[in-house]
Design a binder for this molecule. Sequence first.
Ligand SMILES: Cc1ncc(COP(=O)(O)O)c(C=O)c1O
Length: 295
Amino acid sequence: MVRYHEAYLPPMTHALHYGTACFEGIRAYWNAAHEQLYVLQAEPHYARLRRSAAILRLDVPHSNQELVDLTLEILRRNQSRTDTYIRPLVFISEEEIGVRLHGLKRSFLIYTAPMGEYIDTQGGIRCATSSWRRVADSAIPARAKITGAYVNSALAKSEALENGFDEAIMLTHDGHVSEGSAENLFMVRDGVFVTPSVTEDILEGITRALLMGLIRDELGLPVVERSIDRTELYACDELFLCGTGAQVSAVVEVDRRKIGNGAVGTLTRRLQEIYFRAVRGEEPRYRDWLTPVYG
Ligand SMILES: Cc1ncc(COP(=O)(O)O)c(C=O)c1O
């Protein structure tokens, strides 16, 4: 454990130059009434980190349980008493020029920082289909959360923001809907929730999996994983993005076409309400999503 300003990364660090690292983004939610900080889906995030690392031929130097325990210790030492973001990173730390994955020194770090909303979750956001295609599994696998691949997200996000939208929706190379720059996507058509399947160059989102459960168990509605055409987004009744950062964010407009009546959808609103209660420890039946930090 070192203080933030005492952590030293040499300028030649491989990952800084070649994007040879993988990471996670985890949220912890502060509940003032409970005087408790709850880490959301700690173990599944570390399980995914391990899968990302395996794809990059990196290994994670601790068991998932040890990583969860380390995370709790950092949060306690930082005396985090507000909504917080946790960022684990496994990276090639060799100070060497030249690209490869094997036979190089690797390092691991975790930091935490306070974090509120990443994108709006109240009013509904306006999205644009990106002119940038999602990285293909055959180029840089999106299912592994690889730092270098986030250049793809950054290109799409900046294009969207600079064109006056809130977020980008990326298509796959064959033109199907993939995901947002840092969010998975769901649409509702005729009472059925539809989300791109895991073969559509998406990150296999942990929030996506939680919401699929809530849709079935709380709303009693079906969820289908399949390919989605771009123009299905224009024709759907409701649309939302989800992710650890984004949480559940309603999309009210895509490519200047209103979704539904242009307001946050009723089903989306219900899902948001349950989700936000669950992540803050206010739904006893979903307490197993959470790891309490204090006491
Ligand atoms: C590209 C991308 N897709 C989807 C997600 C959502 O994944 P998760 O719900 O596991 O945070 C993220 C991360 O938040 C992401 O970076």
